[in-house]
Design a protein around this ligand. Structure first.
Ligand code: ZN
Length: 360
């Protein structure tokens, strides 16, 4: 598998989520956190307002290692607006599905193909690197999608984005679609932009890279339209843990980025959220916990809390077993007999619920 790239769209897709609003300072703060993490692209739309134009300028001048990719529609006015900021990368999008062409763009497929070719050629004439996004690709007939991708690639697009705009793909249908495009266009970069309406955005993205795509779109805490897109934390850890990819990405930035986003957006994070959820390294059940303590987590953890720069926690209460009482008493330097451990455990079980927790 090629090196898999990560594009963060928190400041573009994430900003489209209800109740999310960033100040320019917060946008720069998020971008610098993403840069420390090591994402390859930070997507931004300078088209939204005058303020966003100024922020785009600052992002481009900030000396980030991540490429800032400016995002707009596949129209001359939008492309001109993007080019005005003198970016290295731009991304333009056009719908390719019948439902979007008919009801949103009021164009037929021939007209959309001509628009694709003209807009890509127009952008490339200005010397930028560019991505062409096929919006609603997953509801586009596979051969018709390939036609759009081929026209864009032949017109000079460096990357093509295959989108599951409404989140209706399965891993196997995504694999087949990406394979169809990849086998016809072996050298163009292929992005995956998967929505999470049925909770399959990460699974579909991984199926897409297994079929030959090489860039996954994500956002902090998965923020985006409706159910959002894959969470940055799960994408980074899936690449590192499951595919042994991108070990240089600083996963220790992930908890911080998640908290920063929650704080800025006032959207609380879900305790069950993969990787960075509050519960991910909290162990409670008696037999689980005994095995966790004996194996330094391996028995019940897919990856260590140390890989994220955080600590494991043990929840003590009615679900505890004698292992945790023994562990805790040893840590406190108490030399308890088996009888005393049993007694302490009986006291714990008299109370209902969780009593306290501690870091290990
Ligand atoms: Zn999207």
């Amino acid at each position: 598998m090629d090196r898999i790239l990560i594009l963060d769209s928190t400041l573009r897709e994430g900003a489209q989520a209800p109740n999310v609003r960033f100040s320019p300072e917060q946008e720069l703060q998020i971008a610098s956190g993403l840069d420390r993490l090591g994402v390859d692209f930070i997507e931004y739309s300078p088209i939204v307002s005058e303020k966003s134009g100024r922020v785009a300028q600052e992002l481009l001048a900030a000396g980030l290692r991540s490429e800032v990719i400016l995002h707009g529609r596949a129209t001359i006015p939008d492309i001109d607006l993007l080019l005005k900021h003198d970016p290295k990368w731009i991304a333009i999008y056009l719908s390719t599905s019948s439902v979007h062409l008919e009801h949103k763009l009021h164009m037929n497929r021939e007209e959309a193909l001509v628009q694709t070719q003209r807009m890509v050629e127009y952008a490339k004439r200005h010397g930028v690197k560019m991505r062409f996004t096929c919006e609603d690709a997953s509801r586009t007939d596979a051969d018709e999608l390939l036609q759009f991708a081929r026209v864009a690639a032949e017109a000079g697009a460096d990357r093509i984005s295959i989108t599951d705009t409404v989140g209706v793909m399965t891993p196997s249908s995504m694999h087949a679609l990406v394979r169809h495009v990849r086998s016809a266009l072996p050298s163009v970069g292929l992005d995956l932009h998967c929505h999470n309406d049925l909770g399959l955005a990460l699974a579909n993205s991984l199926a897409g890279i297994e079929a030959g795509a090489d860039c996954i779109h994500a956002s902090i805490n998965g923020a985006g339209e409706r159910a959002g897109i894959p969470r940055m934390a799960e994408v980074v850890m899936a690449l590192q843990v499951l595919y042994r990819q991108r070990p240089e990405l600083k996963a220790t930035e992930l908890p911080h980025l998640s908290r920063l986003f929650s704080k800025i957006s006032s959207l609380p994070s879900d305790p069950f959220s993969p990787v960075v959820g509050e519960n991910v390294f909290r162990h409670k059940g008696g037999t689980h916990l005994g095995a966790v303590l004996r194996t330094d987590g391996k028995a019940y953890e897919a990856f260590s809390p140390q890989s994220l720069g955080i600590k494991r926690r043990v929840v003590v209460g009615e679900y505890s077993g004698k292992n945790v009482v023994r562990y805790l008493s040893d840590r406190l330097g108490l030399k308890l007999s088996d009888g005393q451990v049993a007694k302490a455990l009986a006291r714990l079980k008299e109370k209902e619920g969780d009593m306290f927790e501690f870091e290990v």
